[in-house]
Write a protein that binds this ligand. Structure first.
Ligand code: NAG
Ligand code: NAG
Ligand code: NAG
Ligand code: NAG
Length: 937
């Protein structure tokens, strides 16, 4: 009976199936590849990618490749903004498709249910889009796929274990059974596919990272025994790591970070002897780390950050000489900092902070020569800091805070000239701070607080001229605050000298710290009056001078009257007429003078806020000497303001004259470059500081008062820009005859100069060029997307990309364009460099970010070709001609480096990104943010 029923069912299906086949024939019939592609193109609207998609044979279309009998085998539209879905792409039209590459195409919607129909597919990359929904079960039909990447989408749901069934049990897809499944599938009736239907047993790479997958990791993943790379990071997986994962013997790269995984990590993970990357960070793992994790001797990148691992440091790490980056911070690991770690030639990054490590730092730590970052904070490490630490001359960051280190700070530490961040906070260090500290010339943050350091603050600390954060609080420093601390002009976040035994007066020079936001001198033994100069610390948000022996009136600045009176309490005799809690001042001649001044205070404040940002780092400051004597009568108010300005706060005229003197009245000998808008001079001041000064062609008499005011504001904004890939602008000078901008001097000169020199161009290998272009992308992304209002450079060209001694790109010469007057005849010629200007500027004045994107595209191609692309650009703009240009053929042949695949991939990326940047339609060009993200990969 049951048998009969079965037969009936099968019969019914067969009938239905036949009917379906018939109806298919009668209906539209299977689409041709051309039709299917055109139908999809139509649904995606007007995209520049599709300009070549005309005619009847898709084989010549951009992004399409055919085999020798004309069947489509590859669809590759990666990095083209398609902005649509896959719903209208009839996949069934492509029975021969081997590669489908749609990464970074801005596609949305679900992954089509019938994706399994392209059953010969070997490579599927849908990463970095906005696909949502679940993974279709039909994926399991793609039995030939070796690379499956759906990372960085919005996919959700649990992973169905049937996607990764056991290959060994698979039943051949023949007979009625599969016919029935096919039928169910094609008719969209749904129903569950049996486990046997296909398997992904060839998978080499499975990347599901950065989605919203939930539930546990299916055991069946452990059947994919060919897997080399498994990335499940940044999802919401729960539960444990399946213990059978150790069956994936070929695994080299396992990333599980940033999920909700828990339990212990299978101890036999160490049996995976090919493992080079293991990322377990940001989960809730507990238990011990697998002791044999580096048994294979290949581990390079190991991270367990932010879990609750306990027990000892894995024993196999000690001899694991391949280690490059190790992050074990924020666990509860125990062990001995000396005995459990070895010497690692390659180790660049080691973070063991906030564990329970003990022991002493032995001299052998000085042998990890490639360390750039060492963080051992928050452990129980004791003993002296060995002198050998000073051998780690690559160190950029050294954090030994919150341990129990004692003894003196090694005098040689000043040798760490790369160091940017240094903290010894909260230890038991004692003795003097050696003068050598001045050698830390790149230091940005120094925290020696909460120790038992004594003696005077070494004046050499002022040689750490890049310091933005300095805390020496809670020590036993005595003597005066060195006047030289007023040279730390970059100080911004904090200057904290509180809780010491400092005496004498507060140095006048501290008033020069015009970027400083927090000043804490409380709990010392300071005496005398508060210097008036402190009122020029216009960035101050908080100040604390309490618990000293200060006396006399508070200075004028707003900050002194807007913070809690506690900040001044417990002194000897501070007075003020407004602040409750302080005695009123008796009106001595001093205060009388102040009162007079306060009448003009509003004016000063206005001038100040205009000028504040321009105040300068060194002795150089912005000058506005508006009117030469000739123009003085023109506007009395200006003259008055300016007199106040220059006399009271700096002597602008002197700086101006210094520049004239240093360049022998702008002698061509000092000229280091010339652009459309002016000449650039190298200016060495008498104090040895070197600047680049750009003298504009513009005549200052072209401007009126309103314009000057608006420049002042805009330039003030520009001087506040701090980005490592942007040349620092210090200010602008404006004087009767000359207008010029003062910039940071950048050592290696311009990219254009280097590329045009046969010998120097060879020095710029592919890795360097890629780094440079990435730097430019970051800088522009910053100007366009992180500045408010967005700043447009308008003149990106290889002449304006300067290179630091480290070959980092520095975008220069912004701000020039704002001196150009729209109505003046030379406006368009000045608003960019010929050959970098987008075509639309020929018919519109509308300069927007997309102009910079175009110029960037030209620059990208220029870097690859080693020269300005010239006519190549117009060929690249034409879809047909573009196909004839292969990257290999145009690459700068002066570089003979053999090229690793990784580099080749990057160059292709740069090539494709650059081409999309020079798209004739500004709308179709990517944003600099996208460009910068793409180049980061
Ligand atoms: C892991 O390696 C150990 C020692 O080599 C061996 O005894 C054990 O069976 C291996 N485990 C697995 C699951 O292969
Ligand atoms: C580390 O290597 C040394 C020499 O190669 C060897 O003597 C020692 O036993 C190894 N230690 C561990 C823990 O494998
Ligand atoms: C380690 O440093 C040496 C010399 O400083 C360098 O040659 C080598 O390439 C570095 N190794 C790595 C892996 O960075
Ligand atoms: C000193 O004051 C600053 C704020 O101005 C504050 O951040 C810092 O914690 C203070 N230092 C101490 C030791 O309290």
């Amino acid at each position: 009976m049951a048998n009969l029923e079965n037969h009936v069912t099968v019969l019914a299906f067969l009938v239905a199936w036949t009917a379906l086949l018939v109806s298919c024939k009668i209906g539209a019939g299977p689409k041709s590849e051309t039709e299917a592609l055109l139908q999809w193109k139509q649904s995606l609207g007007n995209q520049s990618v599709f300009e070549s998609w005309v005619g009847s044979s898709p084989c010549k279309w951009r992004g399409i490749t055919c085999n020798n009998v004309g069947n489509v085998t590859v669809i590759n539209l990666a990095y083209n903004p398609l902005t649509g879905t896959l719903q209208n792409l009839d996949l069934s039209a492509f029975p021969n498709l081997l590669r489908l590459d749609l990464k970074f195409t801005k596609l949305t919607g679900p992954i089509p249910e019938n994706i399994g129909v392209v059953s010969k597919l070997q490579f599927l990359d849908l990463s970095s889009n906005s696909f949502h929904g679940t993974l279709p079960l039909s994926l399991s039909n793609l039995t030939q796929v070796y690379e499956l990447d759906v990372s960085r989408n919005n996919l959700t749901g649990e992973l169905d274990s049937r996607l990764f069934p056991d290959g060994s049990n698979s039943v051949p897809k023949t007979g009625l059974l599969s016919l029935r499944h096919l039928l169910l599938q094609t008719t969209g009736l749904g129903g569950k596919l049996p486990e046997e239907i296909g398997n992904l047993k060839h998978l080499f790479l499975l990347a599901l990272d950065e989605n919203n997958f939930v539930g546990s990791i299916p055991q069946s993943i452990c059947n994919l025994t060919e897997l080399r790379i498994l990335r499940l990071n940044q999802n919401q997986f729960t539960g444990q790591i399946p213990s059978k994962i150790v069956a994936l013997r070929k695994l080299t790269d396992l990333r599980l970070f940033s999920n909700y995984l828990s339990g212990s990590v299978p101890e036999e993970l160490g049996n995976l002897s090919a493992l080079t990357v293991l990322h377990l960070a940001n989960n809730s793992f507990s238990g011990h780390l697998p002791p044999q994790i580096c048994k294979g001797g290949k581990l390079v990148n190991f991270s367990t950050t932010f879990n609750s691992f306990t027990g000892s440091i894995p024993i196999s790490l000690k001899n694991c000489s391949t280690l490059y980056r190790v992050r074990l911070e924020y666990n509860e690991l125990t062990g001995d900092i000396d005995q459990d770690f070895g010497v690692y030639q390659n180790l660049s990054y080691l973070d063991l902070s906030y564990n329970k490590l003990r022991g002493q730092l032995s001299p052998k730590w000085g042998q990890n020569r490639n360390l750039t970052m060492l963080n051992l904070a928050g452990n129980m490490i004791s003993g002296k800091i060995p002198d050998e630490i000073a051998e780690l001359n690559q160190l950029v960051r050294l954090d030994l805070s919150s341990n129990q280190l004692s003894g003196e700070i090694p005098a040689q530490l000043g040798k760490l000239s790369q160091l940017v961040f240094f903290s010894l906070r909260d230890n038991k260090l004692s003795g003097d701070v050696a003068a050598g500290i001045g050698g830390l010339s790149n230091l940005v943050s120094l925290d020696l607080s909460m120790n038992q350091l004594s003696g005077q603050i070494p004046v050499q600390i002022a040689e750490c001229s890049k310091l933005q954060f300095l805390s020496l609080s809670k020590n036993q420093f005595n003597g005066k605050i060195p006047d030289q601390m007023g040279n730390l002009l970059e100080l911004q976040a904090l200057l904290d000298l509180s809780y010491n035994s400092l005496s004498g007066e507060i140095p006048n020079q501290l008033g020069r710290l015009t970027s400083l936001e927090n000043l804490n001198l409380s709990h010392n033994d300071l005496s005398g009056s508060i210097p008036d100069s402190l009122s020029s610390m216009i960035s101050l948000l908080d100040i604390n001078l309490s618990y000293n022996r200060l006396e006399g009136p508070l200075p004028n600045g707003t900050i002194f009257h807007s913070i809690k009176p506690d900040a001044f309490s417990n002194n000897k005799g501070l007075c003020d007429d407004q602040i409750p809690g302080l005695q009123p001042c008796n009106h001595s001649s001093v205060t009388q003078k102040r009162r007079e001044k306060s009448k003009i205070k509003p004016l000063i404040v206005i001038v100040f806020s205009l000028a504040s940002a321009l105040f300068l780092a060194f002795s150089i400051v912005l000058i506005i000497i508006l009117a030469g004597p000739k123009q003085a009568p023109k506007n009395e108010r200006i003259t008055k303001t300016d007199n106040l300005f220059s006399v009271q706060y700096f002597n602008g005229k002197i700086v101006y004259e210094d520049i004239l003197k240093a360049t022998n009245n702008f002698d061509d000998r000092y000229c280091i470059g010339a652009g459309q808008s002016g000449k650039v001079y190298r200016v060495e001041m008498t104090n040895g500081k070197v600047f680049a000064v750009k003298k504009l062609h513009t005549q200052s008499t072209d401007f009126d008062y309103q314009e000057i005011k608006s420049f002042t504001n805009e330039i003030a904004a520009l001087t506040e820009i701090r980005h490592r890939n942007i040349v620092k602008l210090y200010g602008f000078c404006y004087q009767g005859r000359h207008t010029f901008l003062v910039y940071e001097f950048v050592e290696r000169g311009s990219l254009a100069d280097i590329l045009s020199s046969e010998t120097r161009a060879k020095e710029l290998g592919w890795a360097e060029r890629y780094k440079i272009i990435k730097g430019v992308a970051h800088a522009l992304s910053y100007l366009h997307h992180e500045c408010s209002p967005p700043l447009i450079h308008r003149d990106i060209s290889s002449k304006n990309i300067l290179l630091s001694s480290q070959l980092d790109a520095r975008v220069s010469d912004f701000g020039t364009s704002m001196f150009l007057k729209p109505e003046s005849s030379n406006w368009t010629t000045l608003a960019g460099t010929y050959g970098y200007m987008p075509p639309e500027l020929a018919y519109t004045m509308a300069v927007n970010e997309k102009c910079d994107v175009y110029s960037f595209g030209v620059l990208g191609i220029e870097v690859l070709m080693g020269k300005h692309p010239g006519e190549v650009i117009s060929s690249l703009l034409s879809p047909l001609e573009r196909k004839l240009i292969q990257l290999e053929d145009v690459l700068d042949n002066r570089i003979s480096d053999s090229m690793p695949d990784e580099v080749a991939d990057k160059l292709y990326m740069l090539w494709n990104v650059s081409i999309s940047c020079i798209c004739s339609n500004p709308e179709s060009r990517p944003s600099m943010r996208t460009v910068s993200q793409l180049l980061e990969i």
